[in-house]
Design a protein around this ligand. Structure first.
Ligand SMILES: Nc1ncnc2c1ncn2[C@@H]1O[C@H](COP(=O)(O)OP(=O)(O)OP(=O)(O)O)[C@@H](O)[C@H]1O
Ligand SMILES: [Mg+2]
Length: 243
């Protein structure tokens, strides 16, 4: 089976080598958990390896996103600029409300246009990887839960048909693991990567868990992570030698 390495320290060990190619993976987490940065790093690491990726930012303008990422990953700044200028890492940033400016009266039709924009761009540049950040912004315009779910289903089917391996971010209802519940959206995706807060407010620990990943065995250990100036670092149990 073909796997896609995320290039993120520790995460590939949790995935027993990487994400099975063609999987559509939901990255769930609370505010500031690192969903945007982690997905960006995934595209960046693969761009360095010669594979094109597109980041669709639905709630942020392109320049602001790049600024934030370079601020957080200050040691990677030059590399990020290089991947962007070479066209290996493409950022499409326009918030969804302005995308849909003219057609909010017919949100599903307009959303279809967003999906076809994604398709056109992916085929034009020959991208292998896609990030959509965050998918939750769609629920703002698709307020009927059934319509929202059906639209997500269509989106996932389209990404799959295009042969992409994708990370799609979603805001969690709660950042704490002990309150986390399966949301209906979870069933639509091939994989779920959850970013949590463990512990008390005063001593927060960030940790991630692979809730599911079709096509591979994976770690079941919730593993702490930190966001460093050179990328994510996940302390995976698979990397720690047991006595
Ligand atoms: N310069 C920095 N140095 C260290 N950590 C940083 C830096 N900038 C940001 N961070 C960390 O990254 C987090 C933000 O990451 P990110 O934007 O990916 O979160 P998010 O899950 O996408 O949040 P949101 O739901 O608000 O979009 C911050 O909460 C902070 O912990
Ligand atoms: Mg974000």
């Amino acid at each position: 089976m073909e796997r896609v390495q995320t290039g993120i320290k520790g995460l590939d060990s949790m995935l027993f080598g990487g994400i099975p190619a063609g999987n559509q993976v939901l990255v769930v987490g609370g505010p500031g958990a690192g969903k945007t940065l982690l997905s960006f790093e995934f595209l960046y690491r693969n761009a360095l390896q010669g594979s094109k990726g597109i980041f669709f930012a639905l709630e942020e303008q392109k320049d602001r996103l790049i600024e934030n990422v370079k601020e957080a990953f200050s040691d990677l700044g030059k590399g990020i600029d290089e991947m962007i200028s070479k066209g290996m890492l493409i950022i499409d940033g326009e918030d969804i409300v302005s995308r849909l400016n003219e057609g909010v009266t017919q949100p599903t039709y307009e959303f279809g246009k967003v999906v076809s924009d994604i398709e056109t761009m992916v085929t034009d540049v020959g991208a292998k990887f896609v990030v959509i950040d965050p998918i939750t912004s769609m629920s703002v315009i698709l307020d009927d839960p059934k319509v929202y779910r059906r639209t997500l289903l269509a989106l996932v089917a389209n990404l799959r048909r295009l042969g992409l391996t994708s990370l799609i971010t979603m805001e969690a209802k709660t950042p704490e693991r002990k309150f986390a519940r399966f949301a209906p959206e979870y069933y639509l995706f091939d994989g779920i990567l959850s970013l949590y807060q463990l512990g008390e407010e005063e001593k927060r620990i960030l940790a991630m868990e692979i809730m599911k990943m079709r096509g591979t065995n994976h770690s079941f250990v919730t593993s702490p992570y930190e966001i460093t100036s050179s990328g994510f670092r996940v302390i995976s149990a698979e990397d720690v030698a047991l006595p």
